[in-house]
Design a protein around this ligand. Structure first.
Ligand code: BGP
Length: 467
């Protein structure tokens, strides 16, 4: 099993997590700035100081065989208030960044929204407010035109599910709201509508590149596959995280089964999801125009039926065994014998990535291309005189790449893999002790050090063979 000659061996980043300079160079305030300040645990400054260090990071890409980089544009660097006046300094920054990508033969895969809504729009309801949808489409339109000669691969959103669940169910993203399943569904639908509008606009203007969306998927298995209640619970979670968004992406509408489960879960809380026929018309059109889907894949879940009180605790420190997830009427996430976890309780279950890729091929045969746009392992790296032996991460990535190749062999069109993350960076709900990078960052000096995984990744990219 070998990787195709044109396979992308990428590294992923996101503006707010790596750029730093969050209140500098004309950038507007975003939802996270105030949220993190209120929490007082950590800030996104200077993070990996990518705003200044990007020439070094791109040089490292070239040296280490990394031929693709996921970058997100910070909406508030372009439109400090979300719409209206532009910030030329921000625009110039991204022009320079894309130039540097070309110089190093690294293809930029660019996301327009990676969790960072400008504060004014956020305060007015974020994507639950139609105004944000319209502002997003205008921002997208501006970027498509401004960067048309530099960017070939566009993603509208990063992880619509993560936005919805963390803002409205788990409470770990701003607004910090919990257990509101209806708002989560509504936000997902509205963001998919915004995505659809941006896709149609991109295609109607006849630009030369490709466009899609990044979804975060997790295979949901019943904890006890012989128990009908657990099978239902796994289905609930699957619709909530996967199927609702996959339907929206590839069908542009929701299947009967999807709607039945979604409406049932919303109605348990007395809520109603509003989906208009005119929205579906737009979404159906976009579903045909999408060029690819980005799939972020980290773990699977084993779910059992749950009727207890809502009880979610997020392990944001790396104290293994502290997370809990029980959502009344939906399900409870369980550990599973024989399946190891990271210190943040993420199940290490690479074969589930194969199951998910196969499921997409079977259930949505009109999908065109898939990129694994994030996969990687959060780990407390040891730094010993400049040497970072991160063998558990190598093992994690190797096993996932193995199942990726198996899926390709079984006929799934996977065009590339972006490790999360290119270098260590700020983690939204964990701060800085959860490292993911191929390159270690000493946050005091901002010096970069290749980890063992970087050397390993370079060999795979050069030989196209999995060791
Ligand atoms: C994804 C996000 C990334 C990144 C990654 C790791 O959900 O798209 O931005 O943060 O997960 O997650 P975490 O930092 O919470 O460990």
């Amino acid at each position: 099993m070998k990787f195709a000659e044109d396979f992308i061996f990428g590294g992923a980043t996101a503006a707010y997590q790596c750029e730093g300079s969050t209140r500098a160079y004309g950038k507007g305030v975003i939802s996270w700035d105030e949220f993190l300040e209120t929490k007082g645990r950590f800030q996104a400054d200077p993070a990996s100081d990518f705003y200044h260090q990007y020439p070094i990071d791109l040089k490292l890409c070239k040296m280490f065989g990394i031929n693709g980089i996921r970058i997100s544009i910070s909406w508030a660097r372009i439109f400090p208030k979300g719409s209206g006046e532009i910030n030329q300094e921000g625009i110039d920054f991204y022009h320079n960044l894309f130039k540097e990508c070309r110089k190093n033969d690294v293809d930029p895969f660019v996301t327009l929204h990676h969790f960072d809504t400008p504060i004014g729009l956020y305060k007015d309801g974020d994507f639950l407010n139609e105004h944000t949808i319209n502002a997003f489409v205008k921002y997208a339109e501006f970027c498509f035109e401004e960067f048309k000669d530099e960017v070939t691969y566009w993603f509208t959103f990063n992880e619509i599910w993560a936005v919805a669940t963390n803002q409205y169910i788990e409470g770990t993203f701003p607004y910090g709201e919990k257990y509101n399943v209806t708002k989560a569904f509504q936000a997902m639908h509205n963001m998919m509508l915004a995505h659809a509008k941006a896709v149609i606009l991109y295609k109607e203007k006849g630009y030369n590149g490709k466009i899609g969306v990044v979804q975060s998927l997790e295979y949901k298995y019943p904890y006890n596959e012989l128990k009908v209640e657990d099978i239902h619970a796994a289905k609930n979670e699957d619709v909530l995280q996967n199927q609702f968004l996959l339907d929206a992406t590839f069908l542009g509408e929701y299947s009967c089964e999807t709607l039945q489960v979604a409406n049932k879960l919303a109605s348990l809380q007395g809520g109603v999801i509003t989906i208009k026929e005119e929205d579906l018309k737009i979404m159906r059109k976009a579903a045909e125009l999408n060029d690819f889907m980005g799939m972020n894949y980290y773990q699977s879940r084993f779910i059992q039926a749950y009727d207890g009180e809502n009880d979610i605790f997020h392990n944001g420190t790396g104290e293994k065994g502290t997370s809990r997830f029980g959502l009344q009427g939906v399900g409870e996430r369980m550990e599973k014998d024989g399946i190891d976890r990271t210190d943040w309780d993420w199940l290490i279950h690479p074969e589930s990535m194969f199951d998910m890729l196969m499921r997409i091929k079977m259930q949505y045969p009109n999908y065109k291309e898939i990129y694994i746009t994030e996969n990687g392992m959060g780990y407390k790296d040891d730094f010993e005189n400049g040497v970072i032996d991160d063998s558990p991460r190598i093992d994690f990535v190797r096993r996932h790449l193995h199942y990726l190749l198996k899926a390709v062999e079984a006929g799934v069109n996977v065009k590339g893999y972006f490790i999360w993350s290119l270098m260590d960076m700020f983690s939204w709900t964990n701060g800085y002790n959860k490292r993911y990078g191929l390159f270690y960052i000493d946050y005091e000096t901002q010096k970069r050090y290749p980890k063992a995984s970087a050397y390993w990744y370079k060999r795979i990219s050069e030989t196209k063979e999995l060791e």
